[in-house]
Design a protein around this ligand. Structure first.
Ligand SMILES: [Zn+2]
Length: 323
């Protein structure tokens, strides 16, 4: 099983649905009551309240409607709901390859996102190539209309999340990978087996990738393994940069990092997580809490078997929209 499939945001996103719902409800109240700065520095005017969606449960099976929908809806791009409970209309698809990038695990059909997301990925990719690191290897974005997935992610539902491999094509001979290799090649682990240190694979390319993504004003959060965050915190040059606040610890994320955009301005049905504190670098007690007293990484909580998914009612209507 690949690392991408093991991706786990549960702790951050509220593995327990009830806890997540409470958290989300609180956030929604906050959003409805006030104006919050977005990552772009824009404000959602308080006079245009966000509309709270009605959530309905979705039972998933291998023929799940969200997984088998043939393509994006014809509507203009708009995010509906939340990262871990939502969908996307008018998605754009990142091609299987392009200037500076190659998509991986193509059979999953998860190369769709809000146009802003595919734009951000393209820009990071072009820079990766230009600076001599080879091609960016791109993992999952979202399904054609977003929504819950069979296996793997809890988030990636609203077209604002992308998994980018830490390894680039330079680590695989700096060439175009065959379609078979894109399914089967193992990604490169950046964290040592005992969780106490980084592997030699984590070098300048990986630091630069994180920095480019974090500096992007459209990016709200980046999830990395706590050991990676800790290593950055231990380097003086990263301790005082504003973008370090966006780099957040999460279980897994030792083969890839996860880029999350803020809600696009004007998407009234899109619900953000709270902003990361503007002046904190995240090198704090919360980060330390991911480690045991003797410096190892704590184990992730056991995965919940066949969890129920909830999406806004509008997402079910979106599934039926004709192309
Ligand atoms: Zn992810």
């Amino acid at each position: 099983m690949s690392e991408v499939g093991k991706h786990n945001d549960k702790l951050l996103l509220g593995g327990c649905l009830a806890a997540a719902a409470t958290l989300v409800l609180g956030l929604e109240r906050l959003l409805e009551r006030s104006s919050l700065p977005t990552a772009q520095g824009n404000r959602v005017p308080a006079s245009i309240p966000k509309r709270k969606p009605a959530y309905v449960p979705v039972k998933l099976n291998p023929q799940s409607a969200f997984a088998s929908v043939p393509g994006p809806s014809p509507d203009p791009p708009e995010v509906v709901g939340k990262f871990w409970s939502g969908c996307l209309q008018g998605a754009s698809e990142l091609p299987t390859e392009g200037p500076g990038f190659q998509r991986m695990r193509l059979s999953r059909k998860r190369g769709f996102g809000h146009p802003k997301l595919t734009e951000v990925v393209r820009e990071i990719a072009e820079r990766t190539k230009r600076e001599g690191y080879g091609d960016l290897l791109v993992g999952d974005l979202s399904q054609a209309r977003g929504g819950p997935m069979i296996g793997g992610h809890r988030s990636h539902q609203s077209g604002l999340d992308a998994d980018l491999w830490f390894a680039t094509s330079r680590d695989f001979g700096a060439r175009r990978l065959s379609l078979g290799e894109r399914e089967s090649l193992s990604a490169v682990d950046m964290v040592s087996r005992d969780g106490r240190s980084l592997t030699p694979a984590f070098g300048s390319a990986q630091r630069r990738l994180l920095e480019w993504a974090a500096r992007d004003e459209r990016v709200q959060r980046i999830f990395v393994n706590p050991r990676i965050k800790k290593a950055l915190c231990q380097e003086p040059r990263y301790q005082r940069v504003y973008w370090m606040r966006k780099i957040r610890p999460a279980f897994g994320h030792n083969y890839h990092f996860h880029v999350r955009l803020a809600c696009p301005a004007g998407d009234r049905r899109c619900f953000d997580q709270p902003e990361t504190a503007r002046f904190e670098n995240g090198c704090d007690a919360e980060l330390d809490s991911w480690f045991t007293a003797d410096g190892r990484l704590k184990a992730p909580p056991p995965a919940k078997e066949s969890p129920d998914f909830y999406v806004p009612r509008e997402c079910l209507a979106l599934l039926k929209a004709e192309r």
